[in-house]
Every structure is written in C-alpha cells, then in structure tokens.
Write a new protein. Structure first.
Length: 250
C-alpha cells in the first residue's frame, strides 16, 4: 500500500469527491484523477480509482436495474470499447509526460464544458440522431474514461436530448459506466497496474468513497449546489493547467 503522506493529502479529497458525485453531485468526481496525478503517475492514479468506481457502480446498478434504455446502451457500448482500446494504446505507447498533458487538457475541457453548460450553453446530438452517432459519442466517452475516468460529457451530449424519464436516465447512466469500467479492467491489467500496492491502496480508500456517497445524498438537499459546482470546476481548470505545466517542464 502507498504510504506517502502527500499522496493521501490529495487522495482523501479526491476519493471524497468521487463519493459526492455518486451521491448526487454529478460531475465533481472528474476532479479526482487530476488531483491524484499531482502525486503519482496518471496511469497509476486511474488504476487505484478503478476498483473503487466498480464498487460504487454495483450499488447504482442494483438500485436502478429495472430502469434503463436498451437502444442507447447497444449504440454506445461498442463505441466505448473502441475508445477504451485507443486510450490503452496511448498509455502503452507514449511517455508519462504525454499522458499528463492529455489528462491536463481533458480536465480543462471537461471543466470548461461544465461551466459553459451551467450558463445555458449546449453542445448536443439531435434527439432523434441515429445509432452510429451514439457509437461516436461512445468512442469519446470510452477514451476520456480510460484516460481520466471522465466519460460523462460525451455520454450526456448524446443521451440528455432524448429526454428519458429520470429513473431510466439514471439507470442507463449507471449501467453504461459500470460496463465500461469493467471493460477497462483488462487494459489496466495489461499495463501492469493492478499491483498489490495499488489494490491495497484502493481497498483502504474504498470505505471513504462509500461514506462520502451517503454524505452526498444528504448534502445535495442542503447546500447551494451552483456555487459548489463552480468552485470545483474552477479548481479543476487550475489543476489541469498545473498538469500541463508539469508535462511541458519535464
């Protein structure tokens, strides 16, 4: 298990944000990867977070196992697999600094898109777009999820215009990301990242993720969400900028 105090100073808020995201603060979990990448390599950070995400996914899928849209999943999951493979090949073939730069860029673009959307901006597929469009958004979601566990925006750009009932939207989201998180397991295994050290670190952080998930459910009804989101996404842009600077300086 990792013992570096600096790692845990960053890992504790990173995992807490993942829990809050699963508890209702959708999107803030994307801050987790950039935070951890300030202390360890991005690939190792993603490998530590992946088992935690899988545990959290199990709860969501069980809760909404009867409410999901089959057509959306059939359109997007094959594309997501292509994106995951592309992300794996990038991580396997390029330097750690290049991955750091990609993560920094994804972090900035993710946060900027969220801030823009919160002010009424929209980039979305038409509600009646064909399945191949869903496959393309699936590729984007799989790639950004493989690199940064940040597949939310491409998924939402395709799915939200379809105006699914709330339960179906949550269930489809839960099953999609649970599926692609399992699809990422062979890629991280092939990268040699499921070491004893990484798995023990993930196990140590999992109770925090579960506890903050319940905290998110409680807090989402009691705090002013708009300011919280704005703060998180501004911080994400700053952290993404720091990752780009570290990649350029290396």
């Amino acid at each position: 298990m990792l013992t570096d105090p600096v790692f845990y100073l960053l890992a504790i808020p990173a995992v807490a944000l993942m829990g809050l995201a699963k508890g209702g603060f959708s999107g803030v979990g994307a801050m987790s990867m950039p935070l951890l990448a300030l202390a360890i390599s991005p690939v190792q950070a993603a490998a530590i977070l992946l088992p935690i995400l899988i545990v959290q996914d199990a709860v969501s899928v069980w809760a909404f196992r009867r409410d999901w849209d089959r057509k959306i999943l059939l359109a997007m999951i094959p594309g997501a697999l292509v994106g995951i493979v592309a992300g794996y090949l990038l991580a396997a073939k390029v330097s750690a600094e290049a991955i750091l730069a990609v993560l920094g860029a994804i972090s900035i673009l993710f946060a900027a898109q969220r801030l823009w959307a919160s002010r009424g901006g929209r980039i979305a597929a038409p509600a009646n777009s064909p399945g191949w469009v869903g496959a393309l958004f699936g590729v984007a979601a799989g790639f950004t999820s493989q690199i940064a566990h940040a597949g939310g925006p491409p998924f939402q750009m395709y799915v939200l215009p379809k105006n699914l009932p709330p339960a179906s939207l949550i269930g489809t989201t839960a099953i999609f990301f649970a599926t692609i998180n399992w699809l990422k397991v062979p890629a991280y295994a092939a990268l040699g990242q499921f070491t004893r050290e990484n798995l023990l670190t993930a196990a140590a952080l999992t109770p925090l993720a579960i506890g903050t998930t319940f905290a998110g459910v409680w807090l989402v009804r009691r705090v002013e969400a708009e300011r919280f989101y704005t703060l998180i996404y501004v911080l994400m842009i700053l952290v993404g900028g720091q990752l780009l600077w570290e990649a350029w300086r290396a």
